[in-house]
Design a protein around this ligand. Sequence first.
Ligand SMILES: Cc1cc2nc3c(=O)[nH]c(=O)nc-3n(C[C@H](O)[C@H](O)[C@H](O)COP(=O)(O)OP(=O)(O)OC[C@H]3O[C@@H](n4cnc5c(N)ncnc54)[C@H](O)[C@@H]3O)c2cc1C
Length: 398
Amino acid sequence: MSHFLQEADAVVVGGGVIGASVAFHLTCAGLRPVLCEGLDLASGSSGACDGLVFLQSKKPGIHLHLALESQRRLEALRCVLPMEFEYLRRGGLVVIGDEAEYAAMERYVTAQRQNGLDVRLVDGCEARRLEPALAAGTHAAAYSPLDAQINPLRLTFALAAGARRNGARILTRTRVTGFERRAGAICAVATSRGSIQTGTVVLATGADTPRLASLMGLDLPIRPRRGQLLVTAPLAPLLRHCLISAHYIAVKYDPALAARDGASVSMEQTERGNLLLGSTREFAGYDRHTTVAGIQSIAAACTRIVPALKTVQVIRSFAGLRPWTPDGLPLLGPVPEVPGLLLAAGHEGDGIALSAITGALIAEWITSGHPHIDVQDFSPARFSDRASPKLAVNGIAS
Ligand SMILES: Cc1cc2nc3c(=O)[nH]c(=O)nc-3n(C[C@H](O)[C@H](O)[C@H](O)COP(=O)(O)OP(=O)(O)OC[C@H]3O[C@@H](n4cnc5c(N)ncnc54)[C@H](O)[C@@H]3O)c2cc1C
């Protein structure tokens, strides 16, 4: 253990897109963090997801505001990070199935426009002119030229490479097993390869965050929400835009519409031509297997929207665990009960899109104590009535 013993300005736990972004932004602020990843970079949900930077799916208000700023930052990062990450601003369509969905989307789009998003409703003809692959009977769609896509694996690797270049230590196969505290405050992190002295820890462990937080007596309301995805063989250009179904938004935000038939759909065509077709939203514990029922529901829903998919070859399927929270918003910032601990977790289906702004905000908290925007809505303390901190003072919790 002793050869490994070291100190760090901060320890970031988790090598997904969020941890990599936090580590990178800390180095931009002049710190030298250590990032500990138990397996490999992007081995959690950041390596088992789509790469949509879909602004239309963000709640009007602070959620959309963060997403807009995150997108601007992602675009700027293309010139800063040492690796390309296949960012494509294709524009996006939210495909509306019928009049009931249209009525809900009308309210939603109005609120988004009031919040500064360039988005408009189009009828079925206009939707098919924009995206000829859509089914002949397409009812309507919401269109924004701003929606984009990214390769999430490459983004994670690029952020980690940028952090390493700026002086961070990226330790893979290094599992965090406990936290040492003095007078309640964090003073060291125990890992499978030794201990690291630090006064600042950022938990960026996605759906695993409650397990780690429980080592400090915290009960966080983050739960794994499985999403299954299909990958097709590479195809000639088929989709001009990123697509989701209005049902996808309904499932996220409107329980009444979510109860209706039909799976949530997301579709994107990667730079190499493969289509990513998704996805389910299921509470199945930490089970990352795909299921026949899940695969069939995705295939049925996608082929209804884009009939040409009926003849394409699916080459694989996989599942990831979204870090779900009860209000659909992440937990960002300091945890008052444990001085030195910050959370950057619970991004559900938005972690890729919100990665850049999350890293920037956490770095601001650590270096100045004040992020440049008011993010009270994301405070971990908002669940403190549900959480039941049972804090151990002094000693290693493991
Ligand atoms: C099917 C699906 C589709 C999605 N589509 C999109 C999309 O289009 N756009 C979008 O923005 N988001 C999307 N998401 C959501 C996105 O994938 C997540 O929000 C994001 O990846 C979360 O990143 P993270 O870094 O917080 O977590 P993760 O990527 O899960 O990273 C957490 C890391 O912590 C590590 N870890 C855990 N415990 C320890 C420990 N004790 N010690 C050290 N390391 C540890 C894990 O190994 C893991 O690598 C999708 C998710 C799914 C499942």
